[in-house]
Design a protein around this ligand. Structure first.
Ligand code: IMP
Length: 422
């Protein structure tokens, strides 16, 4: 396998966890390079469900190195909980999980600030996961963040944390929130620091040694293109670069060592949290929720759903340089008679073939639809492309063509075996 970046080509929750799991079969190293425990990747192996938030999905395969690199923001207490959960399920992490010394920490005041700012925004809230992601990246950019290297250095951690808790308590009070106890945070984080110490290393050097040995790397993107801090529907975005470029800055692996970008998309569109979603549709939302689908892995929130938006995915192809497409959740449309696909947006007389940059314009845009006949039969037991109904093939080929990339993987259910390669 070539060095591959895998990105979400929509608003997150595209089913990346499952595709990553399938691709890890050929990977030697799996890297998380952005985001934090706002992500939730669901992987089902032999009927056992694993929900991963910070730990790369390669942990479920023997012999794969799993790297949480510099671009990730790490809540150490949450990471310890995740590792413990995996150990209980018999998953081995020792010697296969590596944590960057320069990854920034998410601290309790980040979570409190996240919640307090959302409250203040009222109806203009972002709808964050309240995991403290925005404030943690904010501290990183403001150069006042604490990093993993600080966490595992007791004296330095204590001094830095004291100063940060003091300052943030003033901010929290000003926002009408309760101040936090330094002592409690210190005790919990030091305990987590001791637990995590064996995993901590210089991951840039580790990754370059792997490159020298010709090991195959898979960069596991979290969230999706339109949640990217630069290319998403700002301000209704997360605080990291979820697009392909983020994999390089977030890991220290240079761009010219990347061979391929795989974009993951659902056969329809979903989004959690606030912000525009041009093809949102109550009927398709109700249908998918009634099937028990489209509830968030991290927060359990019902996702907003809509028709496939080819304007968005075409834009995602452009920004990420997507070569190959993996289309997931195709079976979600099994009972739909007429399937719509958005091929352009209209704002009054103006037509858009790419996403307008102004989020207020995007919110006003009306989708222009093409229609496809549904296949009206269950796909979940189909195991090869040749056996797919002609109408499903026509639909998938059309959305790949409209997106502008090669159709390579089709998924008709959560299991590893429900995956077809073209
Ligand atoms: P934050 O990342 O918690 O700050 O949330 C910012 C926005 O990104 C909100 O709309 C969240 O719902 C969304 N978001 C964050 N992480 C994910 C994810 O893993 N999947 C889907 N949406 C996400």
């Amino acid at each position: 396998m070539a060095n591959t970046i895998l990105v979400g080509a929509q608003w997150g929750d595209e089913g990346k966890g499952k595709i990553i799991d399938v691709l890890t079969e050929e990977a030697d190293v799996v890297v998380r390079s952005q985001g934090g425990n706002n992500a939730g990747h669901t992987v089902i192996v032999k009927g056992q469900k694993y929900v991963l938030h910070l730990v790369p999905s390669g942990v479920l395969r023997k012999g794969v190195k799993n790297v949480i690199s510099n671009g990730v923001v790490v809540d150490p207490v949450s990471l310890v909980g995740e590792i413990e959960g995996l150990r209980k399920l018999g998953v081995k992490v020792d010697g296969s999980l590596f944590l960057s010394e320069t990854a920034h920490l998410v601290l309790p005041y980040h979570r409190e600030l996240d919640g307090a700012r959302e409250m203040l925004k009222g109806k203009n809230k972002i709808g964050t996961t309240k995991r403290g992601i925005g404030p943690a990246y904010g501290d990183k950019a403001a150069r006042v963040g604490l990093r993993v290297a600080d966490l595992v250095n007791p004296e330095r951690f204590e001094a830095k944390l004291k100063a940060r808790v003091k300052e943030n308590n003033e901010v929290l009070k000003a926002l009408g929130a309760k101040p936090l106890s330094f002592k409690e945070i210190h005790a919990a984080y030091r305990k987590a620091g001791d637990y995590l110490k064996p995993f901590v290393t210089n991951t840039v050097v580790l990754l370059h040694q792997a490159l020298q040995k010709g090991e195959a790397m898979l960069f596991e993107g979290a969230q999706g293109t339109f949640l990217d801090i630069d290319h998403g529907t700002y301000p209704f975005v997360t605080s990291s670069n979820t697009t392909a470029g983020g994999a390089c800055t977030g890991s220290g692996v240079p761009p010219h060592r990347i061979d391929r970008v795989v974009g993951v998309l659902k056969a329809y569109t979903t989004r959690v949290g606030e912000g525009p979603l041009p093809t949102e549709n109550a009927e398709i939302s109700d249908m998918l929720h009634a099937m028990g689908r489209e509830f968030g892995a991290t927060t359990g929130r019902a996702r907003r759903c809509g028709w496939f938006d080819a304007v968005a995915t075409r834009h995602a192809q452009m920004v990420n340089g997507i070569d190959d497409l993996a289309i997931t959740n195709v079976d979600g449309l099994d009972t739909t008679e007429t399937i719509k696909v958005c091929i352009a947006y209209r704002d009054g007389k103006k037509r858009y073939d790419y996403l307008p940059t102004d989020v207020e314009v995007l919110a006003r845009c009306e989708p222009v639809y093409a229609e496809f006949e549904g296949w009206l039969q269950p796909l979940d037991k189909i195991r090869s492309w040749d056996k797919m109904p002609a109408k499903a093939k026509a639909y998938l080929k059309a959305i790949a063509e409209l997106t502008g990339a090669r159709l390579s993987i089709v998924s008709v259910g959560p299991g590893r075996e429900q995956t077809m390669f073209l």
